[in-house]
Design a protein around this ligand. Sequence first.
Ligand SMILES: Cc1cc2nc3c(=O)[nH]c(=O)nc-3n(C[C@H](O)[C@H](O)[C@H](O)COP(=O)(O)OP(=O)(O)OC[C@H]3O[C@@H](n4cnc5c(N)ncnc54)[C@H](O)[C@@H]3O)c2cc1C
Length: 332
Amino acid sequence: MSPEFVIVGQGLAGTALAWALLRRGRRVRVIDRGRSDSASRVAAGLITPVTGKRLARSWWWDELYPSAVAFYRAIEAETGAPFFHRRPALRLFATEEERDEYNRRESGVLRGLVRAADVGAGFAAPFGGFEMSDAARLDVPRYLDTSREYFRARGVFVAGDVSPHDPPPAEVVVFCRGFTTDSDPYFGRVRFNAAKGEMLTVRVPGLCETRVVHRGVWLAPLGDDRFRVGATYTWEPLDSRPTVAGRAEIEAKLRAFLKLPFEVLDHRAAVRPVIDAGFPALGRHPTHPRLAYFNGLGSKGSLLSPFFANQLAAHLCGAGAIDERVDVRKLL
Ligand SMILES: Cc1cc2nc3c(=O)[nH]c(=O)nc-3n(C[C@H](O)[C@H](O)[C@H](O)COP(=O)(O)OP(=O)(O)OC[C@H]3O[C@@H](n4cnc5c(N)ncnc54)[C@H](O)[C@@H]3O)c2cc1C
């Protein structure tokens, strides 16, 4: 039987949308060209409620986080594979001003998200820090591979390269292609403000820390003394080549708070699909309603994709509207 929905791209966007449509009992085909340097293949999968120097509450947190937890837990139950780990994260203050800012916000905008923390023995933290209880980490490769195997076993996944000039036959074709530079006659007017990111895998012998630690960069435990550290933000050139400067920046930021010596094991880079100040873009094409779009997950694909995949799936099935703040039509 031919699919009702073809999804082009099996990164975080396409995978979440496929699950959301399958749950609605729809016939789906997912096609991916299998590049190992896509953003989702490099992503650390961190979900963090308080971010940035200004200690901002992550936007739409109260809607997005419960949606992500329910979504990933349901797929874990369906597939039997654990890949979503809820665990507190630690934020160390870089300066006295940061600590003062925290003290001002703690009982206001950050209420319910933060608490006092033990900063741990391995870190230099003269200004202290705080803990975020509702943080989580998506093991992105495991989630994507588990989903792919599940889809493949049901005839949902096929490998392939789909030209945006020649959409395959289906009731709806949804492009979930992440950052691309190739020409696209339908959604090519969407402007990316994409940001390259680099990330290291390091070994830190003797560092006993199970929380993700944030302080300029994040340090995420993988087990066996190995940790991911990242990430950089650069805007030129937008490619997936690791650079000497990127590595030096991450190493310097890590040395600023890690007391122990470390060894670099791996170094990777990819481009984050940032479109509209970090807001996603989704929905049908205004004049070609058979074509739809889901992109712009920026640096928060793990948190954003479940909520917005559900919204898009409901819309494509005739059961809801796209929030106008994220509707791709305003960008075309
Ligand atoms: C260094 C770094 C660290 C990050 N850390 C985090 C983090 O900690 N937490 C977090 O939530 N996010 C993080 N991100 C952001 C996250 O990676 C993105 O938000 C997310 O991966 C975007 O997913 P996507 O599916 O839109 O795009 P992509 O991951 O780029 O997926 C697009 C898919 O489409 C396929 N494709 C493209 N064109 C075609 C075609 N013509 N035919 C067939 N297939 C096609 C590609 O092969 C690819 O698989 C990080 C990103 C980087 C670079």
